[in-house]
Write a protein that binds this ligand. Structure first.
Ligand code: MIC
Ligand code: SF4
Length: 640
């Protein structure tokens, strides 16, 4: 049977199950990546499971998020990760070496392999023809230990690209176009596979921009074929030996087809506070910008930043605009420096930040009160910039640079198109990537005082009860559930401290209420838990005693994180039950264990309003076992 690219890779890595959309499958994981804000938890879990060493082909630990060292906490986390990596056979990418996804693309992604990363933008590797999936830390821990990764076989959507992009339109506009068509929840349970004659003009960093931001569709992952363009990129990185051709068979079938004529795509911008709130810039009312941020794992390649430098060359940004640029990797920064492009940026007045996530995760550069911040990033969720009154817009690097100079969000068409020259060879130097110790056993792991034991769930009881502590709307993000501004990020290894801020963007009183009542239930609308893969968004509720979350639907990674933490992810069958339920209603689920074993419908009693309603527990038999055991760690301990 003619196969598409995604199915070929899944087929080559299949350990359990049948490749049938919706069925649970297990795949072998070749490579893993962690970053610092999810990594500390992943390595603490690795220790708890007692694995001596990773069993993957390659695992890399990055430090790229929490790089601002305003106190000892972050530096302690870095040291912990570095020593744990050395002990367990993991490569360590030092702070300053770059953003995990950009560095992994340059140095480690291999077409045809699988990658599991504890970061939701791991699908960036799909630009290289890799099956790259984001997951919670615990799933990555298990994969590092040699276990397969379980997922529901997604539907494969073919995105056919025809035609050619017009000047001043770029890869970011393609993914924004798709977001405007599909929405932030339209990709749930799907893989987006790109094809068509339009591909030949789309470079690897551009493909990576598209697969990176496929995360914002809610997709399991996105993937491009591995072709001549892929080979050129790998040659530039001295890695041509990693190349193999990987294209869909003639007549391969897909579950859905979307066509995009590249010639019709226009410069776009995502308006506050959602990446799918997309409009054509030409239709946007005049919008003055206070801040422009260029970088993040979506748009920080050498080509992206060279375009920016070319636009800025010989000009000066207005006095009321702050322009900050964070290169994606040390290789990118070195090339900008060697080519003189960095000088052009500095002379124009740009503030150059280190090669890290920086403002994208609110690590500094919070905008001023009521500011408009235009960013080349992938997320503009409420409050994520660190300033709740700010309005964050997302756009391409070209639009960002032109808008920074003009002082307002600007459609660049009409300006003279720019030309850039990308050298055949990239700057390659791995001296900031430390290989693991050959004597892992003797390496001592260094743990600072801020690294606290994390809460571990217990076997599921036969009855759960509690009140509805919070009732929320659609599209609640993990930035709402576990906010991560610069002040809180240093506590990623300290769940008790972090839990004090759990869900506070929705209701400041929530942590106190949860503690006072000894836990309870959360209720929400569609797509609950979209965004970041941070398992803290499950561990902090676990610490506060949350037993179940009842929603209209869940985002994939968060649902898995809840299950891994032993929290019930339940969905309403009737929307009317969501409407009827009120905050503070007392709920009980009796005979819970029997009900779980018996099927997928659970009966919930609303003691306050005096009625019962049905909810669904849509999980595989294996995940039922995980829940009954009290979460993935307990389950894995039992089965090892
Ligand atoms: C994000 O972009 O939200 C993050 C920060 O990279 C997260 C990981 C985290 O919360 O630590 C992600 O995308 O998974
Ligand atoms: Fe870092 Fe932002 Fe990318 Fe997350 S989305 S990995 S915070 S650059």
């Amino acid at each position: 049977m003619a196969k598409n690219v995604a199915t070929k890779i899944i087929g080559n890595h299949l350990v359990e199950g049948e490749i049938k959309a919706g069925e649970e499958i297990a795949i072998r994981i070749d490579q893993t990546l962690t970053q610092d804000t999810t990594g500390t938890m992943a390595y603490l879990e690795f220790e708890v499971l007692g694995f001596p060493k990773v069993k993957t082909k390659r695992s890399v630990a990055y430090v790229d998020h929490n790089t601002l060292q305003a106190g000892f906490e972050n530096a302690d986390d870095h040291k912990y990760i570095q020593t744990a990596a050395s002990k367990y056979g993991i490569y360590f990418s030092r702070p300053g070496n770059g953003i995990c996804h950009q560095v992994n693309l340059e140095r480690f992604d291999v077409p045809g392999q699988t990658l599991l990363g504890s970061d939701s933008h791991t699908p960036t590797g799909g630009g290289m023809g890799m099956l790259a999936i984001g997951a919670g830390g615990m799933d990555v821990t298990v994969a590092m230990g040699g276990g397969p990764y379980y997922l529901n076989m997604p539907k494969v959507v073919n995105v056919k690209l025809t035609g050619e992009l017009q000047p001043w339109v770029s890869a970011k506009d393609i993914i924004l176009e798709l977001l405007s068509r599909v929405s932030v929840k339209g990709g749930v349970g799907k893989i987006f596979e790109y094809s068509g004659e339009g591909l030949k003009n789309i470079t690897i960093p551009e493909r990576a921009t598209i697969t990176n931001m496929g995360a914002e569709l809610g997709a399991t992952t996105s993937i491009f074929p591995s072709d001549e363009v892929t080979l050129q990129f790998l040659k530039a990185q001295n890695r041509e030996k990693d190349w193999q051709e990987l294209v869909a068979d003639e007549g391969a079938s897909y579950d859905e087809i979307i066509e995009i004529d590249l010639a019709t795509v226009e410069p776009l911008v995502a308006c506050p506070h959602s990446p799918d709130n997309v409009v054509k810039i030409k239709d946007l009312p005049k919008t003055k910008v206070d801040q422009v941020c260029i970088g993040s794992c979506t748009n920080s390649s050498y080509a992206d930043l060279l375009k920016v430098a070319t636009i800025l060359k010989g000009k000066t940004i207005p006095t009321d605009v702050s322009l900050v640029i964070s290169p994606g990797s040390r290789s990118v920064l070195t090339m900008l420096s060697d080519s003189g492009a960095l000088t052009d940026m500095i002379k124009a007045g740009a503030r150059i930040l280190e090669c890290a996530c920086g403002p994208c995760i609110g690590m500094g550069q919070a905008p001023s009160t009521n500011a408009v911040s235009l960013r080349t990033f992938n997320r503009n969720f409420f409050g994520r910039s660190g300033t709740t009154s700010a309005s964050v817009y997302l756009c391409s690097p070209e639009v960002a640079a032109v808008s920074a100079l003009k002082g307002e969000i600007t459609d660049p068409r009409g300006l003279e198109p720019i030309k850039i020259n990308i050298p055949e060879k990239s700057f390659v130097n791995d001296n900031m990537i430390i290989a693991p110790s050959e004597e892992g056993k003797t390496v001592e792991i260094v743990k600072g005082p801020n690294i606290k034991p994390f809460p571990q769930s217990k076997e599921l009881p036969s009855t759960v009860s509690g009140s509805v502590l919070l009732k929320m709307e659609d599209n609640i993000t993990t930035d709402h559930i576990m906010p991560s501004p610069a002040s809180l990020l240093p506590f990623r290894s300290n769940i008790p401290a972090l839990s004090e801020y759990c869900l506070t963007p929705v209701d400041k009183e929530f942590p106190a209420r949860a503690k006072q009542r000894g836990g309870g239930f959360l209720v929400a609308g569609e797509n609950y838990g979209q965004g970041s893969s941070r398992e803290h968004a499950a561990l902090a509720p676990l610490y506060l005693g949350i037993k179940g979350v009842i929603t209209l639907s869940f985002a994939r990674i968060h649902k898995a994180n809840l299950i891994n933490s032993g929290i019930l992810p339940l969905t309403f069958i009737e929307k009317a039950d969501y409407t009827r339920l009120e905050r503070d209603d007392e709920l009980v689920i009796n005979n819970l264990r029997q009900q779980i074993v018996a099927g997928e419908i659970l009966v919930v009693q609303n003691k306050t309003q005096g009625y019962t309603f049905n909810v669904k527990l849509e999980v595989s038999l294996r995940l039922k076992e995980v829940l009954l055991a009290g979460g993935l760690l307990q389950y894995t301990k039992k089965h090892n």
